[in-house]
Design a protein around this ligand. Structure first.
Ligand SMILES: [Zn+2]
Length: 192
């Protein structure tokens, strides 16, 4: 069965059980937002106990505080009233397995999916690739706790973010499902 059909079948099932969710308000009922990684093993609704309508979940590769993530967070507070934010990176994140230079080289070699070997990602595709990848900051991660601290620091220091918003820093452990606090990040993220 194709993924397209699987998704549409699953949606039909969801619609049949949709219940009264049409009544949900647009602003998140529990007034918080989570910035986290797109990794398929992470399900914020499950690891943080969310139902539809509860919270904003902003996801990108690494859960990094990119300009676009900050755009979403500012909208989340300014227009939709969230009052507390979480930055949640995770163990065994794919963003730890490459850096800007390698990604630029892989894309320059080919646009095809690379292989993950013992030595990291290696390109196995046929060209042509593109040098465009060298102009992007891929926001890779060298140290999980350090990246959480860096992102909480950037969010808290941003001129569009009021100091009254607490930002909590966590690492999700893919081996256990536990959220482990990065206390230094949460300390930096304290509301004032
Ligand atoms: Zn990740």
């Amino acid at each position: 069965m194709s993924v397209l059909k699987e998704v549409l079948d699953a949606n039909l099932q969801y619609v049949s059980e949709f219940g009264d969710k049409a009544q949900l308000a647009m602003p998140p009922a529990r007034r918080f937002a989570i910035l986290t990684c797109m990794d398929a093993r992470l399900d914020p609704a499950k690891y943080a106990g969310l139902s539809e309508g509860d919270a904003h979940v902003i996801r990108n590769a690494g859960g990094r505080a990119s300009d676009d993530a900050i755009r979403s967070l500012v909208i989340s507070y300014k227009l939709l009233g969230t009052q507390e934010w979480f930055v949640i990176h995770h163990s065994n994140c794919g963003m730890e397995f490459f850096n800007n230079e390698l990604m630029g080289d892989l894309l320059e070699s080919s646009l095809t999916t690379a292989a993950l070997s013992d030595k990291g990602f290696v390109d196995v595709g046929e060209g042509p690739g593109s040098s465009e990848g060298k102009y992007i900051n891929w926001l890779t991660i060298a140290d999980q706790a350090a990246s959480v601290i860096e992102d909480v620091t950037r969010i808290k220091a941003h001129t569009l973010v009021p100091s009254s918003i607490p930002v909590y820093g966590f690492i999700y452990d893919v081996a256990t499902g536990a959220l482990l606090e990065v206390t230094e990040a949460t300390k930096i993220g304290v509301a004032s």
